[in-house]
Design a protein around this ligand. Structure first.
Ligand code: ADP
Ligand code: TZD
Length: 577
């Protein structure tokens, strides 16, 4: 008996003394909050953090450059409404991830950048530590919030605060600084467990004020030529059914912004995409749902917007109102709650827009669609953007649940106009900044988070920013098919060096490059295609096999325009005028 008693006592003491450490607490805190994936790049001081995360059942995707891991985390946040997590080493790794964090904040994607850092004592006295940098101070202006944890018992609070900051209100990027010393700190396991926080209701609903809803509906009722504009905030909010009901119940023509395409199928009879310029110029009342009046919408003024109009804006951020033009009816709250409140006020007596407006929109649409069909039908040799996109349009139509990643200039603008999307949150592109280099990060995360194939269509310049991740795609054997629209350069591939010297022009790349060989180098499938028929066969084979594939699609180097659709944003040197 005495022996058994001693044994129990020994167990009790051992139990009492069981220890945990910073590494385990970070992982436990993330897992406790339903975060299952980490996108990152290992090294001092976070190698063991990544290893232990993998050992503890998290999926850790190791990238070749932190910017791509960060972009993956950001789009994972957009796709799941949970913060995507990016893990980096200190100073240079952190800075590599920072562009992605800033991009996430700009696009309102929830993300947490977790970086290891050097010791505070040394950093603050600037004594020259390994990869020394005051990361917290540098992250702050680029993030929605930034936190540092110094004591293991505060890890639970640090992670909870990071999660709340990322997903509540307007989502954004959050920085979490974890000094090396913190990760190695140990504490009693039981105490550690109790210090963790499972965040309750991380993104609380925000109900709009009833009078703001009434004001909005009144304005809409009085409209002669109303228009609904859906932005990627509406896609993020996952209020898909109510948004569709709002559009259909009111009978108002709608325009999706790029990443809101597919929220309703682009083939929906009320889609005014093919009459975009007309409806923007002619509408008298515009209802914005999760879209900002930034440069992508010409700041709500000028020639694009033509006739005078009044705006209703649904957004979670009160300070977004009046940021560019006066908002006559602000509706502040989360999109789900706002749209459902609007629907509640729009009775069956709501008069749909008059035939004059709807017919005028349809007429423009039909004319433009016929023109587009004619352009797409042309078989050009060499292949140009449109003949290649005709094929991809059909591929997406036949495979509506695949994610479609898109970057480039002409490649982006033409694909956005030509390729119809049928499901929400499937079109992932350069977003608010028009940034190149999101392609492979977005593609990897889309494959990981959705478990479905991904088609990534990139200009040859755009692809180059994250192209090394083809190795990552092969290593994790992800069902990603990349199509590089290869026209030998940035925008086009025919520029000449103005000095007449031997250096190539600044927008030129090696002519006839074979990007497909990059994929083959790591065991994936490569294709070089020069006709729409070859392109179609190669993409369909990739989607059928699920094997990592890169298709080098040879495009006429003379096709395309400088800066794609954004020619007007290019300042011109007075010498060339
Ligand atoms: P787009 O580029 O498609 O026009 P933006 O990124 O400019 O879209 O705008 C997205 C807007 O959506 C932001 O102003 C953001 O505050 C808002 N938003 C994001 N999520 C929500 C949400 N759940 N509820 C309400 N507004 C949201
Ligand atoms: N760097 C970053 C990070 N983002 C950018 N947007 C640019 C540079 C400038 N830029 C564009 O705006 S589009 C583009 C660059 C370099 C590439 C266009 O060439 P492409 O596409 O080959 O990718 P197209 O289809 O041939 O035009």
């Amino acid at each position: 008996m005495a022996e058994v008693g001693n044994e129990l006592q020994r167990h009790a003491v051992e139990e009492h003394q069981a220890q945990t450490d910073g590494f385990h607490l970070v992982i436990d805190a993330l897992k406790l909050n339903g975060i299952e994936n980490i996108y990152g790049l290992p090294g001092i001081p976070v190698t063991d953090l990544a290893r232990l995360a993998q050992a503890n059942g998290m999926r850790v995707i190791s990238f070749r450059h932190e910017q791509n891991a960060g972009n993956a985390a950001a789009i994972a946040g957009f796709l799941t409404q949970k913060p995507g997590v990016c893990l980096t080493v200190s100073a240079p790794g952190f800075l590599n991830g920072l562009t992605a964090l800033a991009n996430a904040t700009t696009n309102c994607f929830p993300m947490i950048l977790i970086s290891g850092s050097s010791e505070r004592e040394i950093v603050d006295l600037q004594q020259g530590d390994y990869e020394e940098m005051d990361q917290l101070a540098i992250a702050r202006p680029h993030a929605k919030a930034a936190f540092r944890v110094l004591h293991a018992e505060d890890i639970g609070v640090g992670v909870a605060r990071a999660i709340r900051a990322a997903v509540s209100g307007r989502p954004g990027g959050v920085y979490l600084d974890l000094p090396a010393k913190l990760l190695g700190q140990s504490m009693e396991a039981e105490k550690g467990r109790k210090s963790l926080i499972k965040v309750v209701d991380p993104a609380p609903r925000q109900l709009p004020a009833p009078d703001s809803v009434e004001r909005a509906v009144e304005l809409l009722k009085g409209a002669k030529r109303p228009l609904i504009l859906l932005g990627k905030g509406a896609a993020y909010a996952r209020a898909d059914a109510d948004i569709r009901a709002l559009v259909e119940k009111t009978g108002i023509p709608y325009l999706p912004m790029s990443m809101a395409k597919g929220l309703l199928p682009d083939t929906h009879p009320q889609s005014a995409s093919a009459a975009r310029s007309y409806v923007l110029a002619e509408a008298d009342v515009v209802l914005l749902v999760g879209a900002r009046l930034n440069w992508l919408l010409s700041h709500g003024k000028g020639k694009t917007w033509g006739k005078p109009k009044q705006f209703i804006q649904v957004d979670i951020s009160p300070t977004e109102m009046d940021s560019n033009v006066a908002i006559a009816a602000p509706v502040v709250g989360d999109i789900g709650s706002c749209v459902s409140a609007l629907l509640g006020k729009i009775g069956n007596d709501f008069a749909k827009p008059g035939a004059e407006w709807l017919n005028a929109v349809d007429e423009r649409k039909e004319k433009n669609l016929a023109k587009m069909a004619e352009t797409l039908a042309k078989d050009t040799s060499p292949m140009n953007f449109h003949s290649a996109l005709r094929v991809l349009k059909d591929v997406v139509k036949a495979n509506p649940s695949i994610s479609f990643v898109n970057e480039g200039a002409n490649t982006l603008d033409y694909a956005r106009a030509v390729i119809d999307m049928y499901e929400p949150r499937k079109r992932l592109d350069v977003g608010t900044w028009g940034v190149m280099g999101v392609g492979m990060g977005y593609a990897v995360a889309a494959a990981v988070e959705t478990d479905k194939p991904v088609l990534a269509v990139c200009g040859d310049s755009a692809f180059g920013f994250s192209g090394m991740e083809v190795e990552t795609i092969c290593r994790y054997n992800l069902p990603i098919c990349i199509v590089v629209f290869n026209n030998n350069g940035v925008y086009k591939g025919i520029d000449k060096n103005p000095s007449g010297g031997t250096d190539p022009a600044v927008t030129m790349f090696v002519p006839g490059a074979r990007y497909d060989k990059m994929m083959e180098a790591f065991g994936g499938v490569g294709h070089n295609v020069t006709t729409p028929t070859e392109l179609e066969a190669a993409v369909n084979e990739a989607l059928r096999s699920g094997k990592p594939t890169l298709i080098n699609a040879v495009i006429d180097p003379a096709a395309g325009t400088e800066s794609g659709r954004l020619t007007n944003l290019n300042p011109q040197s007075s010498a060339s005028k």
